[in-house]
Design a binder for this molecule. Structure first.
Ligand code: 4NP
Length: 160
């Protein structure tokens, strides 16, 4: 199972989601053999490490973003990944515009997996204060747990 997270710059939200899902999947669902990556729809920060504010907030909760580097979504991503999860509706709209129709069923909003959390979008924390990064982590952790539960259920249904 290969999962790609997508935000705008690939330095705040999607690398956070990548590290959180990788950590929780290895700890709680190793049998799912999940591979995770992230990318951005805009090229502003290509090659850069995640924003220091995102790195520090994630590190305080035990997630390591140090090795990640920003990249842009490429056409081959729509073939390689089973799920392409957008962090907000604007990025989902951009993905729908660039993915082939055959890949549209693999494009989803990440927060669909945390309906109890409330919002549909993970708010962009880039221009805000430190609370924004905590909110990103709260939403991402909830949706990562929901996604793992969904994938476990799906695997069980296929196995039976
Ligand atoms: P991200 O946040 O999409 O969560 O990585 C942003 C990063 C950079 C910019 C905007 C959002 N920017 O405008 O440079």
């Amino acid at each position: 199972m290969r999962i790609l997270f997508v935000c705008l710059g690939n330095i705040c939200r999607s690398p956070t989601a990548e590290a959180v899902l990788r950590t929780l999947a290895a700890r709680d669902a190793p049998e799912l053999a999940i591979e995770v990556d992230s990318a951005g729809t805009a090229a502003y920060h290509v090659g850069e490490p995640p924003d220091p504010r995102a790195r520090q907030a994630a590190a305080r909760r035990g997630y390591d973003l140090m090795a990640l580097r920003a990249r842009i979504v490429e056409p081959v991503d729509f073939e390689r990944f089973d799920l392409v999860l957008a962090m907000d509706r604007e990025n989902l709209r951009v993905l729908r515009g660039s993915a082939p129709t055959s890949a549209h069923e693999r494009l989803r909003l990440f927060l669909e997996f945390a309906p109890e959390a409330g919002p549909e979008d993970v708010p962009d924390p880039y221009y805000g204060g430190p609370n924004g990064f905590e909110e990103v982590l709260d939403l991402v952790e909830a949706a990562a747990r929901g996604l793992l539960a969904h994938l476990r259920q799906r695997t069980r249904a296929v196995t039976i």
